[in-house]
Each structure stands twice: as structure tokens, then as C-alpha cells.
Write a protein of this length. Structure first.
Lengths: 200, 200
């Protein structure tokens, strides 16, 4: 068994932000590559009849509280962003543009996007903000802006979202090892158990 | 900090079944009492705009698969019951009747109900089945049947459900330590961390 770990996420998901700080260590522990796959949660919610957490009575209030305490528990910076959630198409397209040539740089950019939104309170739906984050990672600013408009990366973003839904993704984060899916940042331990025992 | 752990559940919840096999050990580890509190998920779903898992596209299929693999991972018997889910009023009323005089016997009865449904495939919405389970725990059969119809336990079941919703319960299992709530069988580790560190 040597399938990579595939990590599906939306840049606007707090649980995906928390998972982004743990998933590569799990992959390294078991000698697996870890593929980061930004997608758009909107279509996945539509396909599953799901709603944004903050729109749900009771569960929305629980989630808001849970994100703050998860930050404290994991010792990770977390400021609940406003506006929330936001459209993440620009960031996802820039990611896929970078990923086509260098997945390490793409991941570094993704980490910068997560930090900007959840630690620094910057609005990552803003194209200028996203371009600045790419620039901060050593990319040419205009090339990043071009990537946001390039139909190639728009299509890639859509096709990855569609592929995720076809595999059963209805929320984020969602991990796959081969055909086996794991939903939620609190499933990293289950994923470790699966990798350690070779499934059960 | 010496608040008990309160364990809210519906007898028809597979995740609550799995949690029922772990929660008392967590409570014992931290020297806390563990109060079992059966409730009805239907009103909690209504209050939160939630739906039964098996009715949800994508998430329902995930849950069905997840319950089977959790049984294997935790080495607990699990056969997905049919019919599913079922009304659990009779079992919950008998529980509250027993709990009024002996919480240890009430818990033993609750474990028997969970096992009957999730390991033995018996229909726990059937009053005869529930009466038989009470009898198997050394209770008088007719007294158990009377308890199912007694307005006291009907009211208790409803008031516990209302109290749970007022505290923010939208699914099962749901644990409280004082005012702090934890949702889901995969949050036992988070609960342990909370108890071990005295919150974060």
C-alpha cells in the first residue's frame, strides 16, 4: 500500500486550516506523499444538501466556539475572520497554476493563504490580497493575476471540485488514501490508525 | 474542576453506541462521574435544521461506511440495523425509570439496548423487545411496561431532550463538562485533553 494522502480543502474552511498544520506530518510518518487539493465547497454543499456551518442553528454557534478552542488546544493562531466564509476561487486558481510546475511552492502559497485569512484577518477573496501573497512567495505578481483569469486554472479548479464530489466529498477537510475517505480535522488519528495497520 | 461528564445520546445513534464503549473509561481516568442521558434526536434535528444522516446525499453513504469500519477499528461488534433509525421513546423511558432509583442499573440496561440494536439486530422500537431487555437486567417485566406508559418518564424524556437542545445539542453523542460541549464520538480525545489540562 503506497497510495498518497490526498487532502481536499477549501481555503475558507477553519477545520481545513487546522488540518493543514497536521496532515503533512502524518504523511511523512508513513512515508507517503501528501497532495493538497483546493476545491470549492459551495458545489459540494449543493450536491449533498449541506449548508454553511454558520447558517445552521445550534451547530453554527458550536462551530464558532469550536474553532476558537481548537486554536488554543493546538496552539495555532486563530482569529475568526470577517467576512466569513468568502469566495476562494482566486486563491484556488493561483494554487493550481503553481502546482503545475512546483507542488512545494504551491503548498507554501497555500499555507500563506490560510495564515492570511485565519491568523491575520486578511480578506482572501480579494484578488489584490491573493496576488500579494503569491508575490510574498517569490512569484511574479502579474503572472499570478493572469493565472486567476486563465481558463486553464479556472477549469482545473472546477474539475477538481467535480472529481471530489464524485468521490463523495461533502465537506472539508476530506482525506483519501486510495479509495478510503476520511472527513474532518478530528479524523487525523483515525487516518494514522488506518495507515499504521494497513486498514482494518 | 469536578463537574461530571454528561453523555447525551439517542439509542438509535451508531456514533453514540461507539462512544458508549469509551466514555466511562475517560470519566474514570479523570475521577469524574459519568451521567448517561438518553434523549430523542428528532426534536434536536428539527431545532437545528439537521436531517437524519442516512437521508443526506453523500454524507449518508459516508456514514454507513464509517460505522462499519469504526466497528472494525474499535474491535466492537457492529451490524447496521434494519430498520434504521427507529423510535427510541420506550427504551429512553425505561432508562429514566431505572435511573430514578439506580443509575448503575440504568446504565447496564442502556448497554443492553445498544447491544441489542447494533450487535444483535433486534428492533429496539418494539416495546416487547425493550421489556425483555429490562427483564434480562433483572427487572420486573410488567413494571418496565408500565414505565413505558407512565407520564412521569414520558415527561422526563421530553424535558431531558428540551434541556439538551437548550444547551445546544444538535446531534449525538454530545458530551458536557460543565458548560463545555463536545460533539461526536471522535471527540473523546479532545475531551481527554480538556480534562487533563483543565481546559485551554
Amino acid at each position: 500500500m503506497s497510495a498518497p494522502i490526498e487532502f481536499y480543502f477549501d481555503f475558507s474552511s477553519p477545520y481545513a486550516y487546522f488540518a493543514s498544520h497536521g496532515i503533512d506530518a502524518v504523511a511523512a510518518e508513513f512515508g507517503r506523499p501528501c497532495l493538497w487539493k483546493p476545491m470549492l465547497l459551495g458545489p459540494a454543499f449543493k450536491a449533498s444538501g449541506n449548508q454553511r456551518l454558520v447558517d445552521q442553528p445550534l451547530k453554527g454557534a458550536y462551530a464558532l466556539h469550536d474553532w476558537l478552542r481548537l486554536g488554543r488546544m493546538l496552539n495555532l493562531p486563530y482569529r475568526h475572520p470577517d467576512p466569513f466564509p468568502v469566495a476562494t476561487t482566486a486563491a484556488a486558481r493561483v494554487f493550481w497554476w503553481l502546482e503545475a510546475t512546483d507542488s512545494t511552492r504551491a503548498k507554501a502559497f497555500a499555507r500563506a493563504v490560510f495564515a492570511a485569512y485565519f491568523a491575520e484577518g486578511r480578506n482572501i477573496s480579494d484578488e489584490d490580497v491573493v496576488a500579494g501573497l503569491a508575490e510574498g512567495q517569490g512569484q511574479d505578481r502579474q503572472s499570478a493575476v493572469d493565472a486567476m483569469r486563465d481558463p486553464r486554472w479556472k477549469d482545473r479548479c472546477r474539475s477538481e471540485t467535480e472529481a471530489a464530489i464524485a468521490r463523495g466529498v461533502f465537506g472539508a477537510p476530506f482525506f483519501f488514501v486510495g479509495g478510503e475517505g476520511f472527513w474532518g480535522s478530528d479524523r487525523l488519528e483515525m487516518l494514522r490508525s488506518w495507515l499504521g495497520r494497513g486498514g482494518w
